[in-house]
Design a protein around this ligand. Structure first.
Ligand code: CO
Length: 210
């Protein structure tokens, strides 16, 4: 059986099991979508948002990209963010990175990998900002892990710099922003940076007329 055929077969098994355990499962889910959390995570296959958080369908709204970046020209991310914040009224936005992130590791190298160089450019800029403390670490894995944490922090700051978040903070004092890192070695998530609603960012990024 080919991998894609196995996925289709496993899907049928899963659907049947859900229905057997709870006959109303799908009828209930079809009617509601009111997640309280937007999750921005890495595309890495080892960090499935709902599995590692034990959340059920309907509980978290998810956006994933390589190295969980918040890029101000990314229409995809911005659309997810705007819909989650303005329409779903999520209470929390979480940026979750993970240790041993391939995107972060690649950004720390001088190898060109093709088109993705343009995306990793944003992580190189985070590195440039914290070069001194990252270079102070002798071990390469430790450097990748530190850049992973600093990258999460910078992506949370990037969220706070959007007019979408600033407008919501003014109008409804939410959502709170959180930066987390998932450890592939033991499955534990550690918080690394928080920005409660109403936090300040560098003043040049604060919009007065929202
Ligand atoms: Co990753």
């Amino acid at each position: 059986m080919k991998p894609f055929e196995k996925i289709l077969q496993d899907n049928k098994t899963w659907a049947a099991e859900q229905k057997a355990a709870d006959p109303e499962y799908f009828n209930r889910l079809i009617k509601i979508q009111s997640p309280e959390v937007l999750w921005i995570g890495c595309s890495d296959s080892r960090v499935p948002a709902d599995k590692i958080t034990g959340t059920q369908p309907g509980e978290i709204f998810v956006h994933r990209n390589v190295a969980n970046l918040v890029v101000h020209t990314d229409l995809n991310l911005l659309s997810v963010l705007q819909y989650a914040v303005d329409v779903l009224n999520v209470k929390h936005v979480i940026v979750c990175g993970h240790h041993n992130c391939g995107g972060v590791r690649a950004a720390l190298s001088n190898q060109s990998l093709g088109l993705i160089d343009k995306w990793l450019w944003h992580i190189k800029n985070v590195y440039r900002q914290y070069k001194k403390e990252i270079n102070a670490l002798a071990d390469e894995d430790a450097r990748v892990d530190l850049l992973t944490e600093l990258n999460v922090k910078e992506q949370v700051l990037n969220l706070a710099k959007t007019s979408i978040i600033q407008k919501a903070w003014k109008s409804r004092n939410g959502p709170d922003l959180h930066g987390w890192v998932y450890d592939l070695r033991d499955g534990i998530i550690s918080p690394v940076f928080d920005m409660p609603a109403g936090s300040r960012v560098d003043e040049i990024f604060e919009y007065e007329n929202l």
